[in-house]
Design a protein around this ligand. Structure first.
Ligand SMILES: Cc1cc2nc3c(=O)[nH]c(=O)nc-3n(C[C@H](O)[C@H](O)[C@H](O)COP(=O)(O)OP(=O)(O)OC[C@H]3O[C@@H](n4cnc5c(N)ncnc54)[C@H](O)[C@@H]3O)c2cc1C
Length: 405
């Protein structure tokens, strides 16, 4: 049994606290906000997509993420949650949610389990110092001090600082010799040129999105896209944000969004409509394929003036071809990615190289562990980020001891 201080009462910190207490450690959680787990309540649109049973998707820090989730992945975490009393259900794409459909069930499960295990939770404590003591470590917040045999740093990254994580635990690890990989926001909205998309805010499409730089494809993702007044958002857009920079192009495949597999199929349909709807208003050409405002935007992108009295019969085959092309590659120039205020995760963080993959203990400062988003690990949408936070937290808490559940 040892004395363990956990810095940060988020997903990783609470999982670490429970695992350590279950092994008999005396555990204190220090949390800067007035309550633990504020971010958990905001996850998955309030439903908390807490893990994923499919193939792992970690564009950042994959080596550590895979090593951690090999030891404490979906099966082990399912046992952890069952042990604590949380029941879950699986949805599309291997995403796992609490059975209640409420993120509060996940937080309540963690919070009440900590209480039952006698874990001390001190809120309103902003930790600013971590020092080696003669025996163990000293953690400092203002003029307050705590002594511990082990310290688990679980202060998260910088995404949505209003929910607690403000990057203030990185310096604690840097002070022990750890290297910082520059942090930037990810899983965030993309800001684009808005000339083509004015008035489309709120329209959703299922599509495929590509990012190109100088004509070279950087990333491609399929899923839901939502037009907004500043640009675009939605799961597939957020997934692309990691790869997007100002000046890149975002290509939206509206052929797919209209239910066709290829541009040629859309062209054939447009030709058929033109031939059969000659007297109908040009405005009606895309009726039933997309909402009228999106149709007008495709006309605009194709450079076809939609004159009031124009009819479908006025369209030449060349114009139909241009329309099909504009739909296949509805391109917007990227102005940037929304910042940490809006991002769901942080790319970058403390380098993963100097941590033991079984215990998350620092190889530079034995007795110090790091877990969750404070590390340079980031996953795709789908439950991967919480799964890494919980898995790494549990391993740091267990510290190589057998799992008691
Ligand atoms: C809106 C939103 C939705 C999301 N949805 C999902 C989802 O559905 N599925 C998914 O897998 N991931 C999701 N994520 C990402 C996921 O929430 C994070 O990756 C995860 O919470 C990281 O856990 P963590 O414990 O490392 O950090 P956090 O959850 O950020 O916890 C860190 C804690 O440390 C505290 N802290 C920070 N600094 C200090 C300090 N100096 N002293 C004391 N305490 C400190 C903070 O207040 C905070 O409570 C979402 C993120 C956001 C913002």
């Amino acid at each position: 049994m040892g004395i363990v201080i956990i810095i940060g009462g988020g997903a990783a910190g609470m999982a670490a606290a429970i695992a350590a207490a279950e092994c008999g450690d005396r555990v204190t959680v220090l949390e800067r906000m007035d309550r633990v787990g504020k971010k958990i309540l905001a996850t998955g649109n309030g439903r908390c997509n807490l893990m994923n049973v499919g193939e792992l998707r970690f564009p950042g820090g994959a080596s550590l993420a895979h090593a951690v989730l090999e030891k404490c992945g979906a099966a082990e975490q399912t046992r952890f949650w069952y042990h604590l009393g949380l029941r879950m259900r699986q949805e599309d794409g291997g995403r796992v949610y609490p059975i209640s459909g409420m993120a509060s069930s996940v937080l309540d499960t963690l919070r009440l389990s900590m209480e039952a295990l006698g874990i001390e939770v001190i809120t309103g404590v902003h930790v600013t110092g971590l020092f080696k003591a003669r025996h163990g470590w000293t953690v400092m917040a203002g003029d307050k001090k705590w002594k511990a045999d082990r310290v688990i740093v679980a202060g998260g990254g910088c995404a949505q600082p209003k929910l607690g994580s403000d990057g203030s635990t990185w310096p604690l690890l840097i002070s022990q010799g750890h290297r910082m990989i520059e942090a930037r926001p990810s899983l965030s909205q993309i800001v684009t040129d808005t000339a083509l998309i004015k008035g489309l805010s709120g329209i959703r499409v299922r599509t495929q999105v590509r990012i190109t730089r100088g004509g070279i494809e950087k990333y491609c993702e399929a899923g839901e896209l939502l037009f907004a007044d500043y640009g675009v958002t939605g799961v597939c857009v957020m997934q692309c944000a990691r790869y997007a920079s100002a000046g890149d192009m975002l290509h939206i495949d509206l052929v797919r969004a209209m239910g066709f597999d290829t541009r040629a199929e859309l062209f054939a349909e447009l030709l058929h409509r033109r031939n059969n709807w000659r007297q109908r208003s040009l405005n009606e050409l895309l009726t039933g394929l997309c909402v009228p405002k999106l149709g007008q935007a495709i006309f605009k992108a194709a450079g076809i003036a939609n004159a009031i009295h124009a009819t479908c019969g006025d369209l030449t085959q060349k114009m139909l071809n241009t329309l099909a092309e504009a739909a296949a590659d509805f391109a917007l120039e990227i102005r940037g990615v929304k910042g940490f205020e809006s991002a769901q995760v942080t790319v970058g963080g403390v380098s993963v190289q100097e941590f033991d993959t079984e215990t998350l203990e620092s190889k530079l400062a034995p007795g110090i562990h790091a877990a969750g988003e404070v590390l340079d690990v980031d996953g795709d949408c789908g439950g991967f980020n919480l799964m890494f936070a919980f898995g790494s937290g549990i391993l740091a808490g267990l510290n190589g001891r057998a799992c008691p559940w």
